[in-house]
Design a binder for this molecule. Structure first.
Ligand code: ADP
Ligand code: MG
Length: 425
């Protein structure tokens, strides 16, 4: 550089600065790459879970993505730190007064070359080892898998909870029921490229109504309920929520004010739970209410514990998601949706990822919610459940609603396609 641009020689003649610049240039690219890898490996489903809770992009980054990305990137980062320690001692060979140079100076005086260099090597290994040890400690500190919190004992209270009796007051979800319908979707169209998946779906859901959507795989059920809470954009159509405009064509979208203001009133439960793995059960349930400041912290906590109690998971409040069975995870996910005190909850095949013996514990919780008057839209393959619990069943195929009605009416349906589907189940 100094030969091409003589002026740079003022700075670059200092070997410390030139070494620093070289290392920074070289290492920052590697480290940026490691961070990018960490950020990319946080599953998209985690981001969707954040969106469904109405958390804004910055909140999703700081509360959900970055804490997980750091955990993924840390082992690689620590390797890189060790490399840097080694490289800085390489730079020292050029002239930086560092351990190797000190060694050289020493043996020119005492002529004990081997012994001095051995001592130098010893110090060098010591430095790297201490570095490695500290980083390892830090890695363990933030490693969720190493944490083994116990279950609460029956009657044991969580911090901030004076008596369990108090909890009963927070179990009921209270919201204003404006108009006849909790949700009205009209003429919903959705295409992926040239593939038209939803071809004009209409659905009005009354307050307290439980609507099950059934139909063959690929008929558009998931796509439909994901358009209702903005996880998929609409090509055409209108969604009103609690009597207010919510989504419309491409005019009112997930970035419009009415959507942002109201999204907290729709809860969603995913097929794969999508709990936040770096948070305890209680923290998972409290995250969104705290973010949105639904109540002050004490009340948010009471509500969260009351909801965990509702789904039978209170005693697991201090555990992490990886310590739970599938059925327990899904019940926590339901509590997480409930803690936002939603007006309506969407379920996308909530039991499809579960072992058969765990399905019932989740269905039982959902049946109880239905009984309590929660408004729900449920995509499911559990026919018996749908026929027992629903006020209305909707049969979708190929992006259309082909048949719908009360379970009692549908038992007498003479729609050939519908009967064939039901009888094959
Ligand atoms: P269901 O839930 O009824 O099984 P989906 O709504 O998941 O059906 O899918 C309906 C159709 O839309 C399928 O043919 C699927 O391949 C397509 N599809 C779903 N998501 C996407 C996507 N992100 N990009 C392209 N096509 C998609
Ligand atoms: Mg689906």
């Amino acid at each position: 550089m100094p030969q091409v641009f003589p002026k740079t020689s003022i700075i670059l003649s200092s070997s410390f600065i030139s070494g620093l610049i070289a290392l920074t240039l070289c290492e920052s690219a590697y480290i940026a790459e490691i961070h990018r890898g960490g950020l990319n490996s946080v599953p998209e489903a985690q981001i969707e879970a954040g969106k469904a809770l109405g958390i804004k992009p910055l909140g999703i980054k700081t509360l959900i993505v970055i804490p997980q990305a750091i955990r993924i990137a840390l082992p690689t980062l620590s390797n890189e730190f060790i490399t840097i320690v080694k490289l800085t001692s390489l730079v020292s060979v050029i002239s930086l007064t560092e351990i190797l140079l000190v060694g050289q100076r020493l043996y020119t005086q005492n002529f004990l070359v081997l012994e001095t260099m051995l001592a130098v090597a010893f110090y060098y290994v010591l430095i790297v080892t201490i570095f490695g040890y500290l980083i390892q400690k830090f890695e363990n500190l933030i490693d969720i898998n190493l944490r083994k919190p116990n279950m609460l004992k029956e009657g044991e209270l969580l911090p901030g909870i004076s008596t369990d009796k108090k909890l009963e007051n927070y179990k009921e979800i209270i919201y204003e029921k404006k108009g006849d319908y909790a949700l009205e979707a009209e003429n919903i169209h959705k295409s992926y490229g040239s593939h038209e998946v939803l071809k004009g779906i209409d659905l009005k859901v009354k307050w307290g109504e439980v609507v099950s959507i059934i139909g063959p795989s690929g008929s558009g059920k998931t796509t439909f309920i994901r358009t209702l809470n903005g996880l998929e954009s609409l090509n055409k159509g209108t969604v009103n929520l609690m009597g207010n405009p919510f989504l419309k064509d491409q005019i009112l979208t997930h970035s419009s004010k009415p959507f942002k203001n109201q999204i907290i009133h729709i809860g969603m439960v995913f097929q794969n739970f999508n709990l936040f793995p770096h948070k305890t059960v209680l923290e998972n349930v409290m995250l969104a209410p705290q973010y949105h400041k639904i109540h002050d912290k004490g009340i948010n906590q009471l509500t969260a514990i009351a909801m965990l109690d509702k789904v039978g998971m209170k005693l697991h409040a201090k555990k992490y998601p990886h310590q739970l069975s599938g059925g327990q995870k899904q019940r926590v996910a339901i509590a997480r949706a409930l803690a936002m005190e939603p007006s309506i909850i969407l379920f996308d095949e909530p039991t499809s990822a579960l072992d058969p013996e765990l399905v019932n514990e989740v269905l039982k919780v959902m049946a109880q919610l239905a009984e309590e008057g929660m408004t729900m839209i449920i995509v499911t393959h559990e026919m018996n459940f749908a026929f027992e619990v629903s006020d209305r069943i909707i049969f979708m195929e190929n992006g259309h609603i082909i048949e719908q009605g009360k379970p009692s009416e549908l038992r007498l349906s003479n729609n050939e396609r519908f009967n064939k589907f039901i009888n094959n189940k």
